[in-house]
Design a binder for this molecule. Structure first.
Ligand SMILES: Cc1cc2nc3c(=O)[nH]c(=O)nc-3n(C[C@H](O)[C@H](O)[C@H](O)COP(=O)(O)O)c2cc1C
Length: 201
């Protein structure tokens, strides 16, 4: 037996709750921006992924028009900071609907550090930052996809093993349904099987 859910009859919010409960786990882009007036902004976005390899482009989605989106539109820059387990409560606090003139770094007590090539600051205590320049936006109904070209990346040396980021050191949080968040669970490794080897298996 399967249970059917019809987006046409369920209504926006109920279907949104269903979608966010089944598209899981979602990585969290902790997005820093700066407003046209120079106010630093920081907010988590779990509608986040890699969009293109060459050129390197990542995307996050603003559901509705929020400060992060307005700032990217105004300045053309943003930083995606990895959301580490150690900063669980601070990350959640930056999702508070602070007024635009109040910067989350200051309000929540998060230490910023200057980025190398873009104006928005990075989160000093986050192990990874992707500095991005706006590529384009795509408006879809009530949401806007923000695509950014990654122009610089930094990783904390403590999170690297042989020069490569190590998941057990990054300890990223993910977003699940309701108010649930995830941590990295059991790790499994498997190599992909080339078709040439498929029949020999
Ligand atoms: C873990 C987490 C993930 C979130 N993901 C999104 C998202 O993908 N898109 C979005 O519009 N809001 C998302 N939110 C809500 C925003 O962070 C929240 O509305 C925030 O106040 C927006 O800040 P801003 O107005 O400074 O941009 C998320 C909140 C949390 C706690």
């Amino acid at each position: 037996m399967r249970v059917d859910f019809d987006p046409q009859t369920m209504g926006r919010d109920a279907f949104y709750r269903l979608l966010t409960a089944v598209v899981v786990p979602r990585p969290i882009a902790w997005v820093s921006t700066v407003s046209a007036d120079g106010v630093d902004n920081l907010a988590p976005h779990s509608f986040f992924t890699i969009s293109c390899v060459e050129p390197p482009i990542v995307q996050f989605t603003s559901v509705g028009r929020k400060d992060s989106l307005r700032n990217v539109e105004a300045t053309g820059e943003f930083v995606v900071n990895l959301a580490p387990e150690a900063l669980f409560e601070q990350i959640n606090a930056t999702a508070t609907d602070f007024p635009a003139e109040q910067g989350e770094f200051e309000a929540v007590g998060i230490e910023p550090e200057p980025s190398l090539v873009v104006k928005p600051p990075r989160v000093a205590a986050s192990p990874v930052a992707l500095e991005c320049r706006l590529h384009s936006t795509v408006c879809l109904g009530d949401s806007t996809i923000v695509l950014g070209r990654v122009v610089h990346a930094v990783v904390d040396e403590e999170a690297l093993v042989d020069g490569h980021p190590e998941i057990t050191r990054l300890r990223p949080l993910s977003r699940l349904g309701k108010n649930e968040w995830g941590t990295t669970g059991e790790l499994r490794e498997i190599a992909r099987v080339p078709y040439a080897n498929w029949r020999e298996r």
